[in-house]
Design a protein around this ligand. Structure first.
Ligand code: F6R
Length: 357
């Protein structure tokens, strides 16, 4: 039920801090050790390469998950759009492990890949919000997202839950491999939960930004580098699907290779700046688009902010910034859609779970 909320999407955005805390509890033993299915542990430890298969928002979570698994657990990862995998099938490694990421667990494109790789005899893990779903039942292992039912068509809390579970999975794998890490995922996720709460308390400020930048916009661009780029893809998808504004996410460095031709007087360009090592470069991209008339909105992280930034998110661990930077972007999409009189929870032409290929 929506309760006092006008839309499920807003309710589900607000639930994210609680989902983080639920995940922390569910993936921890009484002795504060990571709790992980032993089959999953073995599968992660015996593979030589991971293939993440997903669609839409879950694919964007997979892009972030790749960063965790490669950087923390030292296993190479490829992320594939489910619907493309059948035609653009990569050369597989000797011992592949397939990870299917799906909120609903029913996405037909992902299931088609699962059927195919099971025929080939490869192991599969499904990370889903619905443990009894098709993808869960047909895979060898399942990890639950514990996000609670997601009703709004636009996925919000499932995305952050997917990223949190992937972070825990990466750290658990690193630990069982005996790799040394100075990253306590539960402590960092608790900090993330608090940061999310700070952001969901700032709805008015974000509503103002949506009014100012997006109420009458024809198009909008999201730019970022490194892990921020993955979040830009998700922010653009969220904005386009519920507000119908043509929105695209771009890697900052790619601007000059074509996209900058689209910048006109007043074009909204939303830049993410949460990563220290690319802060200088993304700021340079902002200057480039401003010089061509763009209406810039920089969302930065505390510690990296500049006076002209439109919005600053609290400081969290650099690897986990997507969990936090996405929250104002989800809210931005929500308010943009609201002020353009769109049907927020049920955007046109879309279904919550896509059960046809
Ligand atoms: C976007 C959205 C879709 C889904 C996609 C995959 O907000 O909801 O892009 O992410 O259809 O769905 P699942 O995760 O259920 O496989």
């Amino acid at each position: 039920e929506k309760g006092t909320y006008s839309h499920f999407m807003l309710k589900e955005i607000d639930e994210q801090p609680f989902v983080m805390r639920k995940i922390i509890n569910e993936y921890q033993t009484e002795n504060n050790e990571l709790k992980m299915d032993t089959g999953v542990r073995q599968a992660m430890n015996s593979c030589d390469r991971i293939y993440i298969i997903a669609a839409g928002t879950s694919y964007h979570a997979g892009l972030v998950g790749k960063e965790f698994i490669e950087k923390l657990a030292n296993i190479p990862v490829e992320v594939h759009i489910a619907s493309e995998f059948s035609y653009n099938t990569p050369l597989l490694s000797e011992k592949p492990l397939f990870i299917f990421i799906s909120q609903s667990g029913e996405t037909a494109d992902s299931r088609a890949v699962l059927v195919k790789i099971k025929e080939m005899g490869h192991p599969a893990l499904t990370i889903t919000n619905v443990p009894g779903s098709t993808l869960s039942r047909e895979a060898d292992y399942t990890l639950n997202l514990y996000a609670g039912p997601e009703i709004a068509v636009a996925s919000t809390k499932a995305y952050t839950a997917q990223i949190a579970v992937l972070a825990i999975l990466a750290v658990d794998t690193a630990k069982t491999k005996g790799l040394s890490l100075d990253f306590d995922p539960m402590r960092e996720l608790a900090i993330v939960a608090n940061a999310m709460e700070v952001l969901t308390d700032q709805k008015e400020a974000i509503e103002d930004l949506a009014r100012k930048y997006l109420r009458t916009a024809r198009n909008a661009f999201f730019i970022g580098r490194s892990i921020d780029y993955h979040v830009c893809l998700e922010a653009a998808l969220k904005l386009k699907e519920i507000s119908y504004i043509q929105a695209e996410g771009f890697a900052g460095g790619e601007l000059k290779h074509g996209t900058i031709a689209l910048i006109e007087e007043g074009t909204p360009v939303i830049a993410l700046a949460t990563q220290k090592n690319v802060n200088y470069s993304i700021r340079g991209n902002v200057q480039e688009v401003v010089a061509r008339g763009a209406n810039d909105m920089v969302i930065s992280m505390k510690g990296l902010e500049q006076d002209t930034d439109a919005f600053v998110i609290p400081h969290v661990h650099e690897l986990l910034t997507p969990l936090v930077s996405v929250v104002p972007l989800q809210l931005l999409s929500y308010y943009a859609a609201l002020h353009r009189d769109c049907d927020v929870d049920k955007p046109r032409n879309l279904a919550k779970s896509v059960t046809v290929e």
